[in-house]
Structures are given as structure tokens and as C-alpha cells.
Design a protein around this ligand. Structure first.
Ligand SMILES: *[C@@H]1O[C@H](CO)[C@@H](O)[C@H](O)[C@H]1NC(C)=O
Ligand SMILES: *[C@@H]1O[C@H](CO)[C@@H](O)[C@H](O)[C@H]1NC(C)=O
Ligand SMILES: *[C@@H]1O[C@H](CO)[C@@H](O)[C@H](O)[C@H]1NC(C)=O
Ligand SMILES: *[C@@H]1O[C@H](CO)[C@@H](O)[C@H](O)[C@H]1NC(C)=O
Length: 479
């Protein structure tokens, strides 16, 4: 699920940065008044709330420390915990309205519709969960408690998939906690009564928090102890972004695209790979153009030069991981150019649908095979010698992204939670640990905590109840 909230969060974060630089006068006045009344209200309520505040975490995590294992700059510009907390007392999540029982919804009423098979990469759900299925051990309370020590937040879904409780242990960067909670609420809204009751631990930082090699490598044949289960999430509808990129891509035909491999991004993200990529910046020798994306400049200029829909100008587009997985993979594939993917170390949920020489072209780092720049050059030369095939690889990459619509994203979440729930060896408690003081979270409470720009993104991404059954999982390959 990685990729979505990060991007929404980055957008929201950048928006905040921009507003801070040029605050319109009216908003200054309003916020001064708001701040002043907050001070007054706060002074009155302070003594009453002090005890509660010290025990209460907020959805945004303003009063939380960054994760010790993924340090990041704490945003001092954020409102203090108490400002965020002000949302909560005035707001209680209403008990869930009576929903139609499963089997009587429109989704199932439309059973005449032929069942849709999920994309093949849904099969990765079973592979991902294999360490807990092996030996029938399942996900135990003890394993979940162990995962909590590496988690940013705990989530409990109860009441027949109708109630959500969230407990924050550490702060998440940007707006990831907010969007993660929202995505679960949207899933519950999309499939009323179908989301299983579960307890989960989430990490919300870029890099995985648990090293697979510490648990026997996670391969099917090994006998290590199962790792603590800790998924990463990220959901934000990108349907509009994809449409825009596809439109932009249509405007430039294959023969009119520049016959070099293009990469534009930020090399300063503690990524040795991206630094090495700078050495390939030579159109004659390596047929590659490596451009630096200066985000500070972009923020100032209103993102005029970083519009994704106008970046489909080259026949070959390079994907290089950054600090960990990078959200850019899906934008690169969306262009319909042949994607040159440099040996990735991390997976995104949909990247398991990538097939070498079918919908992308693999680029190798290892020196034994000649080195990365050589590998890029060879890919471009192959493409120029086989233009129809290269164009077809690009088209199939774009097709993979076209299938990655929000229906597929929600179906993936539903199947992942359903398979996970089957492995749970305990009944989910309403509150994740430390029970009991978890907050019930509903759409109103998320919106109440969101900033103006976040709110716009959240509202734009609201889901509606499904009109057809979720896709059917591909047959179990017998792992
Ligand atoms: C269910 O379908 C009926 C007619 O097919 C429609 O009028 C109604 O609005 C639908 N309900 C929902 C919740 O989509
Ligand atoms: C994971 O652990 C192994 C063995 O301890 C180590 O060699 C490797 O560098 C670790 N990986 C990461 C990403 O920390
Ligand atoms: C790559 O080369 C081009 C053309 O020489 C240059 O404009 C660009 O700045 C270079 N990229 C980087 C990251 O230095
Ligand atoms: C029934 O399902 C099909 C296929 O999923 C969908 O296109 C159609 O809109 C649905 N019809 C109704 C009435 O919901």
C-alpha cells in the first residue's frame, strides 16, 4: 500500500510551507484571533484537561516524539498537542448507523455481474503473510505486542468492520497518520460490514522497521521464528493524477519523444544509487539525461516545472529508488515510455505486477554485468533497434497503472485484511494497546484534525459504497 499517503502528505506539507512563506493578511488576522481565543479557552480549561492531555495521544501525533529508529526533523511549526486535542472533546464519533447486513447490499444484489479476477499481483498478499501461516502459528497477541515496539500506530477495527480505534505511539512524518486512518474509514464505507475485525500495528515511515534476515529470511523453506507483523500503509486516490499524465502522454507520440533515458529527481536523499546515477549523465556516451529536481525552487515557483503530466517527453524513463521505495514508480510507468527500473531493493504492493521485458526493462547495478551506466545505454540501444517492442513495453507498463485504479486499491486492502484476519489467533480488542485509552476515529474527527489543504485532499478522496463485489483472489499457487 506504500506510495499514496506519502505523496499526499508531501503535497500537503509543501502546501503548508508555501502558505507560511506568504501568509495572506486575512488569514493572519483570523489566525491571530483564533490563537487569542484559543489562549483564553485554554487558560480556562487547562487545569481540567491537564491530567487527560498527559495521557491522551492525538491522531496527528503533535505531542509525540519521532520514531527512534527512523529519525526525522520534527516540524516545530505544527500546533502543539493541546490545539489538536481541542478537536476531540467537542466531538464524539456517533455509533455506526445500522448498515444493511452483508448479502443485502447493492454490491451483492449485482451478483449477476461476472466475477472479476483480481490482478495477478494480489497473489503477493499470500506470500507476504506466509511467515505467519507457516506451521500454523498465526498472528498471536504476543507477536503483535512485539510489533508494537516498532510501530508508529496501533489500529483496531471492531463491531463487524464498523468501528475504528487508533492509538499513536510515535509521530508519523507529514500527514501519513491522518491519511492512513482515513483510508481505513473509506474502506469501511466502501464495503460496509465486510471489513474483518482486526488488530494491526502500522509503521508509517519510508523504510521497513523489521529486518527480514533477523527472522530467518522470510523465505518459504526456512524455520526462523515469525517476525512481528508490521504492515506499512499508504492510500490516496490518484485517479486524477493518472488521467492527467495519460492525457499529457497522449500529446507526445513515441516517434516525437526524445530517444534518451530520462530521470528527474532529488539525488540528496541518502541514496547511494541516485548519487551513482549522476555519473551516467551523458547523452552521447550513455544516452541518459539525469536532472536534479530542486524542490525548494519548485515550491517557490508553484510547481510549474515539476508537473508530472508534462514529463512524458522521453522514450525511456529511469526509476531509481531513493531513501527506500519511491512514489515516483507509478508516475514513471504512467507515461507509456519504456521504464528502465534499476534493481529495486524494496517492493510496493503493485510493483509485484512488474514483469521484466514485458512491462518494464531491468537495469542492473552490479559491476560484473558491466555497471549501471552501461546497462542504461544497452537498454536504450535495444529500444532504438526494436522501436515497436520498446513502445509495447511502455504501453503495457501504462496499462498496469491504468488497472491500478482506486477500486483495485480498496480491493487489495480488503483482501489483505481478510487474509490477515484469518491468521489472527485472538479476538481483537476494541482498543489497541495500551488499552484502554485509544481514540475512536471517524470521518468527522479526521476532518476536524486536518488542515485546510489536507481537508480538500481528504474530501476529494471520499469513497462511496461499492456497486459490485470485490474482485476474486487469483488461485493460490500453493505456497
Ligand atoms: C441500490 O440500488 C438502488 C437501485 O438499483 C438505488 O436506488 C439505491 O440508491 C442503491 N443504494 C445504494 C446504497 O447504492
Ligand atoms: C539486516 O541484518 C543483516 C544481518 O544482521 C545485515 O547484514 C543487514 O545489513 C541488515 N539490513 C538492513 C537493511 O539493516
Ligand atoms: C546533466 O547534464 C545536463 C547537460 O549537460 C545538465 O544541464 C544537467 O545539469 C546535468 N545534471 C546534473 C544533475 O548535473
Ligand atoms: C454491476 O456490476 C458491473 C460490473 O462490476 C458494474 O459495471 C455495474 O455498474 C453494476 N451495476 C449496478 C446497477 O450497480
Amino acid at each position: 500500500m506504500a506510495g499514496y499517503a506519502a505523496e499526499a502528505g508531501a503535497a500537503a506539507g509543501a502546501g503548508r510551507g508555501r502558505a507560511a512563506r506568504h501568509p495572506p493578511l486575512t488569514s493572519l488576522v483570523v489566525s491571530t484571533i483564533a490563537a487569542f481565543s484559543a489562549v483564553v479557552v485554554f487558560a480556562i480549561l487547562r487545569s481540567a484537561y491537564d491530567a487527560a492531555v498527559s495521557r491522551t495521544t492525538t491522531l496527528l501525533g503533535h505531542n509525540l516524539e519521532p520514531t527512534p529508529w527512523h529519525l526525522f526533523k520534527h516540524d516545530k511549526g505544527r500546533p502543539p498537542a493541546r490545539a489538536a486535542f481541542r478537536c476531540a472533546p467537542s466531538l464524539t464519533c456517533r455509533p455506526p448507523v445500522a448498515q444493511p447486513a452483508p448479502g443485502t447490499t447493492n454490491a451483492s444484489a449485482n451478483a449477476s455481474a461476472a466475477p472479476r479476477l483480481c490482478p495477478a499481483y494480489f497473489g503477493a498478499i499470500r506470500r507476504d503473510l506466509a511467515p505467519w501461516r507457516r506451521g500454523g502459528g498465526g498472528v498471536t497477541r504476543a507477536l503483535l505486542d512485539a510489533a508494537q515496539r516498532r510501530a508508529s500506530m496501533g489500529v483496531a477495527i471492531t463491531g463487524g468492520g464498523r468501528r475504528l480505534h487508533v492509538e499513536l505511539y510515535y509521530a508519523c512524518v507529514q500527514s501519513r497518520a491522518l491519511f492512513t486512518a482515513w483510508s481505513l474509514l473509506q474502506l469501511m464505507r466502501r464495503y460496509p460490514g465486510r471489513v474483518p475485525d482486526v488488530e494491526l500495528m502500522f509503521d508509517c515511515m519510508d523504510r521497513p522497521a523489521i529486518n527480514r534476515t533477523d527472522y530467518g529470511g522470510g523465505g518459504d523453506g526456512d524455520h526462523g521464528s515469525p517476525p512481528p507483523p508490521l504492515p506499512e500503509t499508504n492510500i490516496e486516490p490518484w485517479s486524477k493524477e493518472f488521467r492527467d499524465i495519460k492525457e499529457g502522454a497522449k500529446a507526445i507520440k513515441w516517434q516525437d519523444r526524445v530517444a534518451t533515458a530520462y530521470w528527474k529527481g532529488n539525488p540528496d536523499v541518502a541514496s547511494p544509487l541516485r548519487v551513482a546515477l549522476l555519473n551516467c549523465n551523458d547523452t552521447n556516451m550513455w544516452h541518459a539525461e539525469i536532472m536534479r529536481q530542486n524542490w525548494d525552487e519548485e515550491v517557490k515557483s508553484g510547481y510549474h516545472n515539476s508537473k508530472l503530466s508534462s514529463q512524458c517527453t522521453h522514450r525511456y524513463k529511469i526509476y531509481a529508488e531513493g531513501f527506500a521505495w519511491s512514489v515516483s514508480l507509478k508516475y514513471i510507468l504512467s507515461c507509456g515510455s519504456m521504464a528502465l527500473v534499476i534493481d529495486p531493493q524494496y517492493e510496493d504492493f503493485f510493483s509485484r505486477g512488474l514483469r521484466p521485458e514485458v512491462n518494464f526493462w531491468p537495469v542492473h547495478i552490479d559491476v560484473a554485468a558491466g555497471g549501471m551506466c552501461e546497462s542504461i545505454r544497452d537498454a536504450v540501444e535495444w529500444g532504438e533497434a526494436h522501436p515497436a517492442e520498446a513502445e509495447a513495453v511502455g504501453r503495457r507498463g501504462q496499462r498496469l497503472m491504468e488497472e491500478l485504479d482506486m477500486d483495485a486499491v480498496y480491493d487489495y486492502m480488503l483482501h489483505l485484511l481478510t487474509e490477515y484476519a484469518r491468521l489472527m489467533r485472538f479476538r481483537p480488542a476494541e482498543a489497541p494497546p495500551p488499552r484502554p485509552p485509544a481514540q475512536e476515529v471517524c470521518e468527522a474527527s479526521v476532518l476536524c484534525l486536518a488542515g485546510e489543504k489536507q481537508r480538500r485532499f481528504l474530501e476529494a478522496s471520499a469513497a462511496s459504497p461499492a456497486v459490485s463485489e470485490p474482485c476474486v483472489m487469483p488461485p493460490d499457487a500453493g505456497e
